[in-house]
Design a protein around this ligand. Sequence first.
Ligand code: ATP
Length: 331
Amino acid sequence: MSADRATAPAPGTASVTVRAPAKVNVQLAVGGRRADGFHALATVFHAVSLYDEVTASTLPASASGEQGTVRITVSGADAAQVPTDGDNLAARAATLLARRAGVPGAVHLHIAKDIPVAGGMAGGSADAAAALLACDRLWGLDTPRATLLELAAELGSDVPFSLVGGTALGTGRGERLTPVEVGGTLHWVFAVADGGLSTPAVYAECDRLRRTDGGGDGEADVPAPEAAPELLAALRAGDAKAVGAALANDLQPAALSLRPALAATLRAGREAGALGALVSGSGPTCAFLAEDAEAAGRLATALEASGTCRAARTATGEVPGAVLLAAADSP
Ligand code: ATP
C-alpha cells in the first residue's frame, strides 16, 4: 500500500523515497586554506530542478544479520561511476544517523541518479541529505531538524544546503547557511561534460595557481571571501540579466587549468546568447543563465550542436531541498 508523505505513520513503514536537488554556486568566493585544511568560503548556493531520488527500504532479515548493514544500488546513465560500498555518501549518512540514534541501521538505499556525477553539482551531497531524511522516516526517529543539519555538516560542506534548498549564502566552509531572497524563477542550462573533476584536485589547483600567479606565498594574500552585494541585489530583484552579469566562481581558473576544453563550452554558450556563464562549483559542468524557458531551450539546443559538451540539460531555480515523496507500508 502506498501512502502520501508526512501523513503516513512511521511504524511498519517498509520504504521511503526522498528527492533532493542539485545545486549551482551562483557565486563561489574562495578564501585561504584554514588550519583544518578546508578553505574559507562565501558562496551563494542555488538549488535547481535536477534531482536524485533515494529510496530507503528495510532489509530482509536474511540480509540484515550484520548490525549496520547498508546495501547500495544505483540506477541511471552514470550509475557505474557511483561507489556502492561504504564510501557512498548516502551510506555514510545512514550509518552516521543510525550510530547517533542508537538503532541497528540495516537498510537498502536505492539511488535513482540524475545529477551528473563529480560534476560540481553536489550530487553525492544530495544523496546524503536524501538518505538522512529517508532513514529518519523509515526508522521512525523524528530527529529534530537542527540535529539533521548538524549531521549533514559532519558528512560534507554541501550537505546542509542539500537539505535546506532554495538559495542561501554559505559561509565557514559552506555549511553555515543564511537564506537569500530570490525575486523570480531563474532559467538555467547545464552543459554536462564527459568525465568528472575531483573537488579536492580543483582546490589544490586553485592553491597552486595562487602561489604561482601571486608570486611567493600567494595564499597568504588571499582576501577574506565575501558575498557580492550586486549579486544579492540582482537575485532579490529577480533580474536575470543582472544575475548573469554577476555570476562569479573563484574555482573557475583552476577548473579551466585542469580541463582547458571547458573554455570552448563557456564560449559556445555565451555566443548562443546566455545572460551569463560559469563553471558550476568545482566543475566540469558549465552553467548558463537564460532569459526565460524558451531561451533556455534554444541555448540547450545550440550547446548540444556545438559539440563542446556531452549533453545540455535545462532546469529552473530555486527549488526546495530534500523532500519526502512517498512512504510505502509493509504488507
Ligand atoms: P561537489 O559539487 O559537492 O563538490 P560533485 O558534484 O563535484 O561534488 P559528486 O557527484 O558528489 O561530485 O561526486 C564526487 C565523488 O564522490 C564521486 O566521484 C564519487 O566517487 C563519490 N561519491 C560518493 N557517494 C556518491 C554518490 N551518492 N553520488 C555520486 N558520487 C558519490
